[in-house]
Design a protein around this ligand. Structure first.
Ligand code: SF4
Ligand code: MG
Length: 336
């Protein structure tokens, strides 16, 4: 038996007016129940596309999807839309960055929570309402019975985010995908929502994929970490290992370009020079080579000519030797 969620050699290509975009280019990972996988990377690295693909939300007219996505024994890439819709109601749910993409302004919050639930489970209106009120209470909405009849605009930003989490939890999902779920919120509310997600995971045993730009948040939330660059996974490991002892030059660059968690406000940030590559014409060999400060340490133009593989387990897709990967970045990163 494989992992609860298993993604193998996933490729997602979009046809655009300018050509074929290789948005995800050979991605593999596993996720077990009750665990959280963090995915980090700059925008355009393929994080969001990967998750929309798992949820089956791409238009097949524009997206070509190859590889394997197996959730609890069921293959998702070949699944038909009615089947996927059922899964999205019962097994997987998504929390977006902006609650207004998930909540309609035209219906009450309560109705938006209870109607999909009735549709997917065959519950009565009364049962669905009870469940919705219970979930609103669980995510910390005061007076949930009263607020059930409010419209989203009557909620504050933090409350809308909570309502969206309640909506995602209505079906008791086995897989929860959270895409930058707290980016728009102030720090206090953000911390509350993250705590809430962790508590709910404990209670429901959901597997969570957590996408963010924020390595501070990820160190708090995730068990394992996948670093993506140009549609590929470039580094994988436990969140502690990857953040403390990165083995890929890109991860090291990401870590060096963010404020220290120990809060040295005088520290100067050093962004990674250059910008992410065009996915219409990705670089040959290692996709990071145009920006990499370490490629001179690799012989024989391997970096520009040969795509470095990502091995199983703790690994970095880079041609540096294992010894180099384990020593080269050590002095640069403070314990965090
Ligand atoms: Fe840098 Fe070469 Fe490693 Fe790519 S393979 S990250 S270019 S050293
Ligand atoms: Mg995104």
């Amino acid at each position: 038996a494989g992992a609860f969620l298993s993604v193998r050699d996933l490729h997602v290509r979009f046809t655009t007016e300018d050509g074929i975009v290789k948005a995800v280019d050979g991605l593999s990972f596993d996720l077990e129940r009750g665990k959280t996988l963090g995915i980090v990377g700059e925008s355009g690295s393929g994080k969001s596309v990967t998750n929309l693909t798992i949820l089956g939300l791409h238009n097949p007219q524009f997206a070509r999807i190859e590889g394997e996505i197996v959730l609890d024994g069921q293959e998702l890439i070949t699944a038909r839309e009615p089947e996927l819709e059922k899964l999205r109601g019962n097994k997987m749910a998504m929390i977006f960055q902006d609650p207004l993409t998930a909540l309609s302004p035209y219906y009450t919050v309560g109705r938006q929570l209870s109607e999909p639930f009735m549709k997917h489970t065959g519950a009565s209106r009364k049962e669905a309402k009870d469940r919705a009120v219970q979930m609103l209470e669980k995510v910390g909405i005061p007076q949930p019975k009263v607020r059930f009849d409010d419209y989203p605009h009557q909620f504050s930003g933090g409350m809308r985010q909570r309502a969206m989490i309640a909506m995602a939890l209505m079906c008791d999902p086995d897989l929860l995908i959270a895409d930058e779920p707290t980016t728009a919120l102030d720090v206090t509310v953000q911390a509350q929502i993250l705590d809430l997600l962790k508590d709910l995971q404990q209670e429901f045993g959901s597997a969570i994929i957590f996408i963010t730009h924020d390595l501070g948040v990820i160190s708090n939330m995730a068990d394992d970490l996948l670093v993506m660059y140009a549609g590929r996974a470039v580094e994988r490991g436990s969140v502690k290992e990857v953040l403390r002892t990165p083995r890929h030059p890109y991860t090291w660059g990401l870590l060096s370009s963010m404020p220290r968690l120990d809060g040295d406000i005088h520290q100067e940030l050093t962004p990674i020079p250059g910008s992410p590559p065009s996915l219409l014409t990705p670089p040959s060999g290692c996709p990071f080579h145009p920006r990499c400060a370490f490629k001179d340490q690799v012989p024989d133009s391997l970096c520009t000519d040969v795509r470095p593989p990502l091995d199983e387990g703790r690994a970095a897709a880079c041609h540096l030797t294992d010894e180099q990967k384990q020593t080269i970045f050590i002095d640069e990163i403070q314990p965090r």
